[in-house]
Design a protein around this ligand. Structure first.
Ligand code: CTP
Length: 400
């Protein structure tokens, strides 16, 4: 099989150096990459670096190798164009169809999926001109990854950082795998909860569970690659932030409920992948609980936590909001799943069979997705992203 052909556009921002790592990830995983920097990008990273890392010639202008008509051919033959970093100027040019160098020409001739990973100062990102340009590009089908929040070029911090190259790569991999130029979740806001809650007993101990958060993170990542605005409510997951995803960190079930309800207010879909503790200790000891010689420990008294899935299912924040739950079962998987779906009142329930060695912490999953309409969608053993894509397929169908 031919290598997938990727065009890596680099525009002139300090984050251009991070594109070198993105390029390496593509080449090392068997993609053929043609780097097309702008003239300004070469002030940050030189042509020799791009050429050596990609193994391909590098040009910025349409006047090099004119006999090969590169301004048309590079775009026409690409399977994916990704621009990282995309400056405010580049987004403006792309949104308005300007074509004054090789990269902007390539963007006009490409008929494949296009991903922009913007990076700039917060003021430039928030400017209505930039926001309008981003909206235009998204409307036309491009995936524009939200910048990350953090330290910017100088001493200032804010939204505008280029996300981690490894995470931009993941978005590109998902977009390439799907190969569609119409991201079906664009314009949608989705909320995903992930990880496992921890219910504190005292300052050093908690009741927790073994959820790794990987399935929830895969859901967030795939939704971003399908064009959604994603809020990920993450409970103790310890995983890198997926690119383009707004991450809200929580600890306990009560905190998770608050964060999910807030984000769900304008959401088109809510997916509760988090393992939420059903109970929490009735009392929290403000000092560390000590053992006492010759005495049995005090029993731990538990009280019920709110059932967030049941609550958001019963009281939808907006009409047509799709609510998805997860169920981890050890026995009678399907029958328990059907009963749980009815009890919780959600639209879809992803039922996993779990045990000591299954699902928790692994990269793979196997499940059945039960629908309130009686449907049953088996998802064969495979990567958590494949299950995530099936969930979004079913959500998209219900949103339409
Ligand atoms: N969930 C929730 N709030 C809770 C507990 C669970 O929102 N307090 C959500 C989980 O995120 C998951 C689904 O409900 O999407 C399934 O939770 P689970 O604990 O397996 O279901 P239970 O109804 O508690 O059933 P069981 O009798 O198996 O404990």
């Amino acid at each position: 099989m031919d290598k997938p052909k990727v065009v890596l556009g680099v525009s002139g921002g300090i984050a251009a150096y991070k594109a070198c790592e993105l390029l390496r990830r593509f080449t090392e995983s068997g993609h053929g990459v043609r780097v097309v920097p702008t003239a300004s990008a070469l002030h940050f990273v030189g042509a020799a670096t791009w050429s050596a890392l990609s193994g391909n010639p590098v040009a910025t202008e349409v006047w090099d190798d004119v006999h090969q008509v590169p301004h048309v051919r590079i775009g026409q033959h690409a399977d994916l164009v990704v621009v990282a970093p995309a400056t405010a100027d580049m987004l403006a040019k792309a949104a308005h169809g300007l074509a004054d160098d090789l990269l902007t020409n390539t963007l006009l001739t490409a008929r494949c999926p296009v991903v922009f990973a913007p990076a700039m100062h917060t003021e430039m990102w928030e400017h209505p001109a930039t926001q309008d340009n981003v909206a235009t590009l998204r409307r036309r089908g491009a995936v524009v990854i939200e910048p990350a929040v953090g330290r910017l070029t100088g001493v200032d911090t804010g939204k505008g950082r280029l996300p981690d190259p490894a995470e931009i790569f993941e978005v590109c991999r998902r977009v390439l795998a799907r190969g569609v130029t119409e991201p079906d979740l664009r314009g949608r806001h989705v909320v995903v909860s992930a990880g496992g809650t921890r219910e504190p007993l005292d300052p050093v101990r908690f009741l927790g569970n073994r959820s790794s958060g990987k399935q929830g993170y895969a859901l967030a990542r795939t939704a971003a690659a399908r064009g959604a605005r994603v809020t990920l409510v993450s409970a103790n997951a310890g995983l890198p932030d997926p690119a383009g995803v707004d991450v809200v960190r929580v600890g306990t079930a009560v905190q998770l409920r608050e964060a999910v309800l807030k984000a769900a207010a304008d959401a088109d879909a809510v997916v509760m992948a988090a393992a939420v503790a059903d109970f929490r200790p009735a009392v929290y000891a403000t000092g560390k609980i000590k053992k006492r010689d010759g005495q049995d420990p005090d029993p731990i008294v538990l009280v019920r936590n709110p059932d967030i899935l049941a609550e958001i299912s019963a009281d939808r924040a907006r009409p047509g909001q799709v609510v998805v739950g997860f169920a981890a079962e050890t026995d009678d998987v399907l029958a328990n799943g059907r009963a749980k779906l009815a009890r919780k009142g959600c639209d879809l329930l992803v039922v996993n069979e779990v045990g000591e060695a299954r699902t928790f912490g692994s990269e793979e999953n196997e499940a059945v997705v039960l629908g309130a309409d009686g449907s049953e969608t088996p998802v064969p053993h495979g990567p958590k992203e494949a299950l995530a894509d099936t969930v979004w397929d079913l959500v998209v169908r219900r949103l339409a």
